[in-house]
Structure formats: structure tokens, C-alpha cells
Design a protein around this ligand. Sequence first.
Ligand SMILES: Nc1ncnc2c1ncn2[C@@H]1O[C@H](COP(=O)(O)OP(=O)(O)OP(=O)(O)O)[C@@H](O)[C@H]1O
Ligand SMILES: [Mg+2]
Length: 327
Amino acid sequence: MKIAIVTDKPRIEVLKNKEGLLEDKQKKQTIEEIKKVLSKRFKCINLVFDDNIVENLKKEQVDLVFNLCNGIKGNDRLSQLPAILEYAGIPYTGSSPLSHGLAYNKIYSSILFKKIGVPTPDFIYVYNIMELEDVNLNYPVLVKPKDEGSSRGIYENSLVYNKKELIKKVEEDLKIYNPPILINEYIEGREFTVGILGNNENLKVLPILEIDFSNLPKDLNNIYSFEVKNYYGDKTTYHVPARLDNRIKRVIEKTSIKAYNILGMEDYARVDIRLKKDIPYVLEINSLPGLMKGHSDITKMAKAAGLDYEGLIMTIVKNAMKRQNII
Ligand SMILES: Nc1ncnc2c1ncn2[C@@H]1O[C@H](COP(=O)(O)OP(=O)(O)OP(=O)(O)O)[C@@H](O)[C@H]1O
Ligand SMILES: [Mg+2]
């Protein structure tokens, strides 16, 4: 059995700033850690997703791809490697092209959540500021890109309190991010993230993790903004398992499973939640959550479930093998 860990080409523009350099370093570290685990049981190589990926995978006679590709460009960037692997008939870890596409696009995922009764913030989306003329919203609202991750595009000033601020922020975002721009009802409340492993009826919900913003400087918003993620790590407290009574814990788990299933997640994913008046609002699903040992949320949740890093990576691989009938 041979596994190839496949990653994106390094993005030159990302390496131009401090955050990008750190992200690149963390990615390299993650590859090494996963390789260490997989090499104990399988032949393991790592490859870069480029024009020759199918040829290289076939030449190396790879049985399974461990997918770590977020893609480089395009609205469907997370779907690109899985789509190529589907075409080539090569099994891989994680979700399908369609599911990555739905999860990555917060408009489509929100529409599906609403349709099946998974609570999610009310939202509108606009292609230009003229569309804002006749809309009446309950402020504050959060302005965010529909398809970014790691809080790119979610800054302190993304939470806006009136129409004037809204127009300014949407105008600014339209110049940077793919239209349409999403405008979300702001959910005031505690924040949680839920790790799920498995497929179909064999799902394992990991201990829920709470991200506690109460130690942040008072002039910052209680959101996991780009600023908070990158510069206030020491002021953000993680509680895992989260401080929840059993009833709410179960409601969050059930809601997260429902959200995971409607988007067709496979093998593993992380569901982001804000809790308001005991209702868990699903903000988004991360279909390719970070797997950096001891750092990424899902590794912390797994640890709290008694699953060390090796156990987590092996569970993902075993789920993928079982799902695709690889013995
Ligand atoms: N509707 C909302 N109400 C309250 N807070 C929100 C809302 N939407 C987003 N946030 C805040 O912004 C943060 C980032 O939002 P979101 O999870 O949508 O972005 P992301 O960049 O995809 O995140 P990730 O790093 O998980 O990929 C959330 O963790 C939350 O703190
Ligand atoms: Mg998130």
C-alpha cells in the first residue's frame, strides 16, 4: 500500500508577508508530521499538485492520496484535485469535489442549511453597492467574503453598525474578493467548533472546543477576526471539552452532524458554531480543516477524545480506505 501526501505549489504572493510565511512553514511542518505517521505503516511519498500530478501518481503506483490541497486559484479551488483524482480513478482522503465546493461557498452552504432547518445566520449577498439602497437590516452585521478561509477578509472593521459603514465596507471588499459579498446577521454569543470523523452512520463527534474571547482587549470585537487569529493568540482561550451542559452539548452535536451530512462531508471536517439563546448557528463547515499537530483545532479535539496525532491521521486514512473499498 502506497500513500502520496499531495500539497499545493507554494504561492509566491503569499510568501511576501509575515502571515503567509508562517502559513507556509506550518504547511511544511504538517506534511512532515503526517509523513512520519504514515511511513510507519505504508510506503509514503509527497508530491506537489502540478500539471503532471496524474502522471506522477500513476508512475509511483499510488493507492491513496492524502489530500492537503486548498488549490491556488478559482472559485472551485478546493474541488480541483479531488475532481482530477475522480477522473483518474485514484482514491483520496476527504470530501468530494461537489462537497468541497458547497462547503467553501458560504452562500450555497447557508442556503442548504436553511432549507433543512440547520440554524445559520440570516444573510444577503450583493454584487454591487447599488443593491444596498433598499435593504433594511438589523445592525450590527458582519461583512465577509463568501469563499475565503483563515479569517481572510474578516477584520475588526467587518462588523458594521450602520448603512454608511456597510456601504464603505462592501465597496472595499468588492475590490479585493470574489463577488458577491456576503452580509451576515451578527450572532452575539459563545463560539464553538466541532470536529467530526467518519462517514454515513459511522460518525464520531470529537469533544467540542470553545474559543473564548473574554480575555481580549475590550476595544476588540468578540469575533475570531484576522487580527485576533494572527496577533492575539495568547489572549484567546480554548476550552476542550467545552463548558456545556449535556443537553446543549447534544443539540450542538446533532446540529453539526446534520450540517456535515447535508453538505456530503466525507472522512473528516470541522463545523464552526455560535450559540445564541441555546440555538447553535452554523457559520460554516471547513471541509479541509488544518491538521497541524498540537496547533490545529481538530488535533486538540482528538487529543481530548484520547486520540493522539497518530490515531487521528490513521482514523482519517482508515475512513477513506473503507469508504473506497481499499483493503
Ligand atoms: N454571522 C456571524 N456572527 C458572529 N460572528 C461571526 C459570524 N460570521 C463569522 N463570524 C466570526 O468570524 C470568524 C470567522 O468566520 P468564518 O468561520 O466564516 O471564516 P473563515 O475565514 O472561513 O474561518 P476559518 O479560519 O475557520 O476557515 C468566526 O469564527 C466568528 O468569530
Ligand atoms: Mg471558520
